[in-house]
Design a binder for this molecule. Structure first.
Ligand code: BGC
Length: 708
């Protein structure tokens, strides 16, 4: 059903509803937390939505809801964050951050399509994904959930995964609702302390944090989740200028807004801006939250508030209208359960797609002729805490971790760790693989550096697989120290002292500080959380079975004290240098090597058509995919603008020796800034256009363009 017809139907139904039925529609019940019986009671009361419930339990709730007076179908939400990972048989994709290394919207759309199909097949309708917060202060525990540090890239990839989740038509049996979250500025809280205040002006909000959400709205994202935190002292939960004026009036958002977990209560208990739940309920609804996640007392509080002041009914009516419209548009009244595609959860077609996605995440950051592995290498030692740890490889938001942490859950196949991938590939290539864990993520009596050292001594080359573990990732897991934890650096130093070729493989939720490894390794691979076949993909790259093409969507700090170190900073004195540390990150946004080399030349920009032209050549000896990144710098502007800003990118696949003339269209908005009055304007004048293979000056070629 089209949105307008759905709205009409929703209005008709709203007219028949009692106040109790309306307020119940706004309530989202946490099934797992309250349990089956309490959930059934809420379904009988007409609760609009449940979260964290799978399969048959959801079907039971739906049957109860359909027997109520109006039979309004329930909407089931789930955190299918990188695949439907809370279901232990689902396809587990790379984390958002890892998938962002592909810089490929089509790849993200595929991930979204498959995840939606599996979620729908499980009887559910809605994923709380994607995260469109930015990973700029990388101490934050949830950087793995972001598309990295750049608003443009996050917006493009976010819109793509939303298209994948939602498809063309919300009533399609294999598609589900997306939820762009967390609106807004979450991730940039002071000190990266989760959900604390974001000290930020509205100008900055519009310049940096809003653009990905604007793209999500443009892509038709049906729902938005309100962030936990506050901006400049105003909780997002009651930030009507952002939740209503900007989101609905300016961006034209026409779906519904859900709070994050218990936001309504937090107004009283954590943020202390309301005296009681009744005040909080009124304020949350008035600000533009349509659905209230998990604060079940909202129900009584809102009923009381309307009884006391009937004017509060208006916000309730608006909210219910928004929710019912989406339910009608999804066709839930005729077909409350999506059919999905029976048998598709974790099927071969899907897991093959997870392997392909994992290959696209592999990002080569250093290679002094160590990779692909030469035929002279007959014995390889695979060492380190993340070589054979599927939980670390998955990261957050699977059946091992948040929000249903079950670390003792036996890992469900198929999956391939890095060690297993190396063993499989080693067999095929006649290379002997030795393995030792060496140490854990935290110092422990089981650490055995000596054994690892002895093993390394027997090998022709060493692969050191380091990183973090699920206890160091996610909500409430912000880190003050981003260096490798436990004895990992010590282990590396001992192995490096053997003087053999050594490659560092980072399997982690986010950039960690690895200056020692970067300096002393012959090769460095960043894989982040690669999902079920993350380990296989790295091994395939090591053996040269494919040519890696990943590029970083985020910068790597040299030291925790260098954070934030994102590329698009505003200019200042001394080039941002510390007296004890360079300004540049260890690895910059956009970096990523290939087994071949590329050259970009003859860059031209046409101010009339806004087209950028260039010649791209493969100057190496292997076929490969280049990622060309286009940045702009505004030479004179009324407010400070970033030293460079990503405005376009494209991939080019070239055979060795091949040259292509390529062009990219830019848009006038790519040159806009947010002026001191908070308006988006293009100020006439000169802009530098930079094109190349990373955000580093030395990787870029430049030309100028003048706009009037
Ligand atoms: C997180 C959200 C998540 C929600 C439901 C919250 O703690 O911030 O991202 O979707 O829980 O699990």
């Amino acid at each position: 059903m089209k949105r307008n017809e759905a709205k009409q139907k929703a209005a008709e139904l709203l007219a028949k509803m009692t106040l109790e039925e309306k307020v119940a529609q706004m309530v989202q019940v946490p099934y797992k937390m309250v349990g089956r019986e309490e959930s059934i009671r809420w379904a009988e009361m007409g609760a609009g939505s449940f979260l964290h419930v799978l399969g048959d339990d959801a079907r039971e709730i739906q049957r109860v809801a359909r027997k109520t007076r109006l039979g309004i179908p329930v909407l089931f939400g789930i955190d299918a964050i990188h695949g439907h990972g809370l279901n232990d048989h689902a396809t587990i994709f790379p984390s958002q951050l890892a998938a962002a290394c592909s810089w490929d919207p089509e790849q993200l759309e595929t991930i979204g399509t498959i995840t939606a199909r599996e979620v729908a097949t499980d009887g559910l309708h809605w994923t709380f994904s994607p995260v469109l917060c930015l990973g700029r202060d990388t101490r934050w525990g949830r950087v793995d959930e972001t598309f990295g540090e750049d608003p443009f890239l996050a917006g493009i990839l976010g819109a793509a995964i939303i298209r994948g989740y939602q498809g063309e038509d919300l009533s399609d049996h294999e598609h589900i609702l997306a939820c762009a979250k967390h609106y807004l500025g979450y991730g940039e809280a002071v000190g990266a302390r989760d959900a604390c205040d974001t000290e930020c002006t509205m100008r900055k909000i519009r310049e940096v944090f809003l653009p990905p959400f604007a793209r999500a709205v443009e892509a038709g994202c049906a729902t938005i989740m309100t962030a936990y935190g506050s901006i400049d002292g105003t909780p997002l939960t009651i930030h009507r200028p952002l939740l209503h004026d900007v989101l609905r009036d300016e961006l034209g958002f026409d779906g519904f807004v859900v709070t994050d977990w218990d936001n309504a209560r937090s107004l009283v208990t954590r943020q202390q801006v309301m005296e009681n739940l009744e005040e909080a309920a009124v304020a949350a609804a008035a600000a533009g939250n349509d659905m209230i996640m998990t604060t079940l007392e909202f129900y009584d509080a809102m009923l009381k508030a309307v009884a006391r002041d009937p004017r509060q009914l208006r916000a309730v009516d608006d909210a219910v209208l928004h929710i019912l419209t989406i339910k009608y548009e999804m066709g839930l009244f005729e077909q409350p359960e999506k059919k999905g595609r029976p048998g598709c959860i974790g099927c071969r077609e899907h897991t093959d797609a997870a392997l392909e996605a994992a290959r696209r995440t592999v990002t080569l950051l250093k290679n002094e002729d160590m990779l692909p592995l030469s035929r002279a290498i007959r014995t390889v030692a695979v060492i380190g805490p993340n070589a054979d740890d599927i939980q670390a490889q998955y990261g957050d938001w699977t059946y091992f971790s948040h929000p249903m942490p079950d670390k003792d859950h036996p890992p469900v196949r198929p999956f391939v760790t890095f060690r297993e991938g190396m063993e499989q590939l080693g067999d095929r290539h006649g290379v002997r693989i030795l393995y030792a864990r060496g140490c854990g993520h935290l110092p422990s009596p089981e650490d055995n550096l000596e054994e690892a050292f002895q093993l390394g001594a027997q090998a022709d080359a060493i692969f050191f697989a380091c990183g973090d573990m699920i206890d160091q990732i996610g909500e409430s897991k912000d880190r003050a120290d981003l260096s490798l934890s436990g004895r990992q650096d010590e282990l590396f130093a001992r192995l490096a002292a053997l003087g053999k070729p050594i490659c560092t493989v980072l399997i982690s939720s986010k950039p960690l500080c690895i200056p020692l490894e970067a300096d002393r390794s012959g090769a460095v691979i960043c894989a982040f959380n690669g999902g079920m076949f993350g380990g296989q993909a790295i091994a395939e790259a090591v053996f040269g079975e494919f040519n890696p093409s990943g590029h970083l969507p985020i910068s790597f700090p040299r030291h925790s004290g260098q954070v934030p170190v994102y590329y698009n900073f505003l200019p200042g004195w001394h080039n941002g240098k510390y007296c004890d540390l360079p300004a540049a990150p260890l690895y910059a946004f956009g970096e990523g090597l290939s087994y071949t080399t590329f050259r970009l030349e003859n860059l031209r920009a046409d101010p009339e058509t806004l087209q950028v032209h260039f010649r791209l050549s493969n100057t190496g000896s292997r076929a490969g995919t280049a990622l060309v990144q286009i940045y702009q710098q505004d030479l004179v502007s009324s407010v400070l603008t970033p030293v460079k800003r990503l405005i376009a990118f494209t991939h080019g696949f070239l055979e060795p020796g091949q040259t292509e003339e390529m062009s990219i269209f830019l848009a006038r908005e790519d040159f806009a800034l947010i002026n001191a009055a908070g308006k988006s304007v293009v100020e006439p004048g000169q802009f530098r256009i930079l094109a190349g293979f990373s955000s580093k000056d030395e990787d870029l070629t430049e030309t100028m363009i003048r706009l009037s």
